[in-house]
Design a protein around this ligand. Structure first.
Ligand SMILES: Nc1ncnc2c1ncn2[C@@H]1O[C@H](COP(=O)(O)OP(=O)(O)OP(=O)(O)O)[C@@H](O)[C@H]1O
Ligand SMILES: [Mg+2]
Length: 267
């Protein structure tokens, strides 16, 4: 179980402050989701948390600053599903998932039986077993996205960063993947930080939502507090209706300015 804290974090890219004075606390075993329009700084903040870009301020895991960690230590602590991961040439799905075991393989060593068992179990869970010998360059978008998640989960790190992890998945696989992450959160105390564009889904899975706009936090709290028609209009320029689901939760329904197709003339 590992808590994450960000204190007054800033990131400057090409002389632009794209993450500005962001502070947040993610208690161990909870799920925080970043929402916000394109270019808001969600991916950059996640990249700062994973140590992939330099930042001002402090990012710490249980009080240990990310900037002080060696890459191998960091990889045992934080696993990442990037928004747009590269597909290495000539690499099979199994070998790609095994990359997640790298922090556990001794220098100049090879994967152990346990590494293969962990990878094999994830191939089954994420319905990739029949594709394990296929090259990652020869997968559909959603198949590859599940392989990326399998690789991240193979790392067995206590902190998981998910940048739009379901952007290529069909509805069924998206639900399956997010439920799997939530089960791991509940059973193993995984700490999850994700960025999600689908606001209804964001509200369903997160304990806490953070709305980033122009690199700054403009709202945070529960789904009911953050997913309001006013905030969504103001920051996304979108017209939506926010409906409270009778089962609990919040549903964000996009509205058309004219009647939806097929509804013309319906009283
Ligand atoms: N490598 C880079 N060099 C310079 N500027 C960058 C770089 N990566 C991102 N930016 C800029 O930083 C800002 C934040 O980008 P970021 O990718 O964090 O946004 P985001 O919230 O993840 O957006 P999206 O919803 O489109 O994924 C944007 O203005 C973007 O153009
Ligand atoms: Mg992004």
């Amino acid at each position: 179980m590992t808590a994450l804290t960000a204190d007054r974090v800033g990131v400057t890219l090409l002389e632009r402050r794209v993450v500005d004075d962001v502070s947040l606390t993610v208690p161990a075993g909870t799920w925080v989701t970043l929402v916000g329009p394109n270019g808001a700084g969600k991916s950059t903040l996640l990249r700062a948390v994973s140590g992939a870009v330099e930042h001002a301020g402090t990012i710490a895991f249980d009080g240990v600053e990310v900037a002080r960690l060696r890459s191998r230590e960091r990889a045992r602590l934080v696993a990442v599903v990037p928004q747009d991961p590269a597909r290495p040439d000539g690499m099979t799905v199994l070998d790609y998932v095994l990359l997640g075991r790298t922090p556990y393989v001794p220098y100049l060593g090879t994967e152990s039986a346990e590494d293969l068992a962990v990878a094999g179990e994830l191939l089954d869970t994420l319905e990739l077993r029949s594709l394990s010998g296929r090259l990652v360059t020869e997968l559909s978008g959603g198949e590859f996205q599940r392989a990326v998640l399998a690789r991240a989960l193979a790392q067995q790190a206590p902190v998981l960063l998910l940048d739009e992890p379901t952007s290529s998945l069909d509805l069924g696989h998206a639900q399956q993947v997010l439920e799997l992450v939530d089960e791991l959160r509940a059973s193993r105390g995984l700490t999850v930080v994700s960025a999600l564009h689908d606001l209804t889904t964001a509200g369903q899975f997160a304990d806490h939502l953070v709305l980033l706009v122009g690199g700054r936090v403009v709202a945070q709290g529960s789904a009911q507090e953050v997913l309001t028609e006013e905030l969504i209009r103001e920051h996304y320029g979108a017209r939506v209706r926010v409906v409270t689901d009778p089962q609990g939760g919040v549903v964000v329904v996009p509205l058309r300015s004219r009647p939806a197709r097929g509804q013309e003339g319906v009283a």
